[in-house]
Design a protein around this ligand. Structure first.
Ligand SMILES: NC(=O)c1ccc[n+]([C@@H]2O[C@H](COP(=O)([O-])OP(=O)(O)OC[C@H]3O[C@@H](n4cnc5c(N)ncnc54)[C@H](O)[C@@H]3O)[C@@H](O)[C@H]2O)c1
Ligand SMILES: O=P(O)(O)OC[C@H](O)CO
Length: 388
């Protein structure tokens, strides 16, 4: 059974400041936050949030964090070690999360009282997680997804925020940005973008929960644009890593990033015409693309893949190099490819389609910079097409 935390600013204190029992109006209910996920970014998100809930009267101090339980080499359970040491020794070693972060291996228990749910797991696990908690969360819960990825169903592509909204029947915002977790963990400055659909008030509450001196958050009314930026940049990061592994140099890498950004924008607008151009200039857009192509895990594994001439699979490299952390770019490239194939758009997106074909071994890593019948000239992309 996971422990719990008493509020330092309890409701009596809140009542003393704004109304309360003395003048007959009950104090507004404090929000309860649960973070669903405890990987590298999930743990940093819990740390950020926990530092803010201690300061903000409108939130309960305690931040519950669902842990996908595993047994460590020492024989101990990860959740027990987190609660004892206040550190996620596997996914974020060396960083104290805050004593008000409580690791809970029981998913249903972790979510049941929360009215603010933060989803931050690798995207491939979200469908199963939603199925487990349908009907077990508060009806008034609000959600935010920090997950970069999407699902492809028979009906077409499904963004993770839509999956959460549709399966759980709740509103879901998104938070994406140039956010390499290990850098934010040591409190180096970065920015992030919240994407919201309708309610600016809800978006502002999320901004309040995440914003801190070294993490500058702003909100834009463009859920799909923000989420697609975060999702698609992982495919471009694979391309950038391949170019690094081939030792092509900075100009080639910049070219790949430029072409990738054009394909990100075109793909997003073809799927959701409401996506705004301005979103690509937020932290979730060009800034995330740059940081991921310079320092992300997708880039790192793709570099190793190219150095090995494509002879070692991404699964093998992921297991060896990331030790439990997960790549999102390889599966996203496959999902994007499925959409392109179904809609007859493959030729319009040579970078995205080439990345997938390299990942599955149909093309060699060098194809990322070769013009062939399989990879139409990148320079052909654009011209009169309104989406590029
Ligand atoms: N790490 C970053 O720098 C970063 C930054 C921004 C966004 N993101 C995004 O956040 C999301 C989560 O990434 P992360 O870095 O927190 O995770 P991670 O890759 O570090 O860790 C993998 C997580 O998956 C869990 N897991 C393994 N098997 C599982 C299963 N069957 N069911 C449920 N969970 C399982 C593990 O316990 C672990 O918590 C991803 O979409 C990622 O793109 C990551
Ligand atoms: O390490 P990556 O490649 O999963 O990227 C991490 C973040 O998404 C960067 O914002």
């Amino acid at each position: 059974m996971a422990p719990s935390v008493e509020d330092s600013n309890n409701n009596t204190a809140a009542a003393a400041i704004g109304g309360g029992v003395e003048n007959g109006t009950p104090p507004p209910e404090k929000s309860r936050v649960t973070v669903v996920g405890s990987g590298n970014w999930g743990s940093v998100a819990a740390k950020l949030i926990a530092s803010n809930t201690l300061k903000l009267n409108s939130f309960h101090d305690e931040v519950r964090m669902w842990v996908f339980e595993e047994t460590l080499p020492t024989g101990e359970k990860l959740s027990e070690v987190i609660n004892r040491t206040n550190e996620n020794v596997k996914y974020l070693p060396g960083i104290k999360l805050g004593k008000n972060v409580i690791a809970d291996p029981n998913l249903e228990n972790a979510v049941k009282d929360a009215n603010m749910l933060v989803f931050v797991t690798p995207h491939q696990f979200m469908e199963g997680i939603c199925k487990r908690i349908v009907g077990k969360i508060r009806k008034d819960a609000e959600a935010i997804s920090l997950i970069k990825g999407m699902e492809v169903k028979k009906e077409g592509p499904c963004m993770i925020s839509s999956l959460i909204s549709e399966q759980l029947g709740i509103n879901c915002c998104v938070l994406m940005g140039a956010n390499i977790a290990n850098e934010i963990a040591v409190e180096k400055f970065s920015e992030a973008t919240v994407g919201y659909r309708k309610s600016k008030d809800i978006a502002e509450k999320w901004v309040q929960l995440f914003n801190i001196s070294y993490f500058n958050v702003s909100a834009v009314q463009d859920v799909e644009g923000v989420e697609l930026c975060g999702t698609l940049k992982n495919v471009v990061a694979i391309a950038a890593g391949l170019v690094d592994g081939l030792e092509m140099g900075n100009n080639t890498k910049a070219a790949i990033m430029r072409i990738g950004l054009r394909e990100m924008k075109a793909f997003s607008k073809l799927l959701f015409p409401s996506v705004k151009d301005s979103t690509f200039f937020e932290s979730c857009g060009v800034a995330d693309l740059i940081t991921t192509c310079l320092g992300g895990r997708n880039r790192k594994c793709a570099e190793a893949f190219a150095r090995n001439g494509g002879k070692r699979s991404f699964d093998e490299l992921e297991a060896e190099m990331l030790q439990g952390q997960k790549l999102q770019g390889v599966s996203t490239a496959k999902e994007v490819y499925e959409v392109l194939r179904h809609r007859g758009w493959l030729e319009l997106f040579p970078l995205f389609s080439t990345v997938h074909e390299i990942c599955i071994g149909r093309l060699p890593p060098t194809a990322i910079v070769e013009y062939s019948e399989h990879t139409p000239k990148f320079s052909l992309v654009g011209g009169s097409n309104q989406f590029f």
